[in-house]
Design a protein around this ligand. Structure first.
Ligand SMILES: O=P(O)(O)OC[C@H]1O[C@@H](O)[C@H](O)[C@@H](O)[C@@H]1O
Ligand SMILES: [Mg+2]
Length: 223
């Protein structure tokens, strides 16, 4: 098959904006309320993972997974979300991570499709608050995704929605589970963050400032 780039598919939290930090703070508060404190290292295992699966992992950490009914777990997840929504109340264009908007403009000019594959049910609201929705040809509705990253489902849904062949897609992620999902979707993975955690990506950049379309294209064709 002809190698070409049809779409670039973005994770949201921790890639486009630093909401990964707010997810961490909101889960940390819930964990402390439950007597299950945890650190940033454990938080790495929550990145990219859905709300319900994240709660399960925290309860397992405290060996409390059997202490709550499904209804009580729903209440806990709702409580975390209320705290998260409060933390992101004032986000706006100023909270776009450096280099993101210019990267989106470069992709648009190159006539490559842009999609979002976030596990967050708040993704559309956050994208609207950041003023970037119009750049996206498709934003996957997390409520329709059955399997959490590292399953490739959300990336495959995004590719399908913009009629792109997964092998001709590039995924951008900040989470280890997200990189696994991109790789499992048979896409080219670009990771932003710590290269010791994200070494399984095709390309690791230390910051969004380094996102530059020509550079990514060169790496993709060299792979
Ligand atoms: O609770 P939400 O907004 O639906 O988000 C679900 C998940 O969305 C992912 O993007 C985040 O990396 C996770 O930390 C978060 O738990
Ligand atoms: Mg992320």
């Amino acid at each position: 098959m002809n190698k070409q780039i049809e779409a670039i598919i973005f994770d949201l939290d921790g890639v486009i904006t630093d909401t990964a930090e707010f997810h961490y703070l909101a889960w940390k508060k819930l964990g402390e309320d439950l007597g299950i404190p945890f650190d940033r290292e454990f938080n790495e295992t929550l990145k990219g993972v859905s709300r319900t699966d994240s709660l399960e992992r925290i309860l397992e950490l405290g060996d409390r997974q059997n202490d709550f009914s499904e209804a009580e777990k729903d209440e806990l997840a709702t409580k975390k979300n209320a705290h998260y929504v409060e933390l992101i109340r004032n986000i706006s264009e100023k909270d776009l991570l450096p280099g993101i908007e210019s990267f989106l403009i470069q992709i648009k000019r190159a006539d490559i499709k842009i999609a979002m594959a976030s596990a967050s049910k708040n993704a559309l609201m956050v994208a609207n608050a950041l003023g970037i929705t119009s750049y996206f040809d498709h934003i996957v509705d997390a409520a329709t995704v059955v399997n959490s990253k590292p399953d490739p489902e959300v990336f495959l849904k995004a590719a399908n929605a913009v009629s792109a062949n997964p092998e001709n897609c590039i995924g951008v992620e900040d989470a280890a589970a997200g990189v696994d999902a991109i790789n499992a979707a048979n896409m080219f993975s670009v990771a932003i963050g710590d290269s010791t955690i994200l070494s399984h990506a095709n390309v690791v950049l230390s910051s969004t400032e380094e996102l530059e379309l020509n550079r990514i294209i060169d790496k993709y064709f060299a792979s």
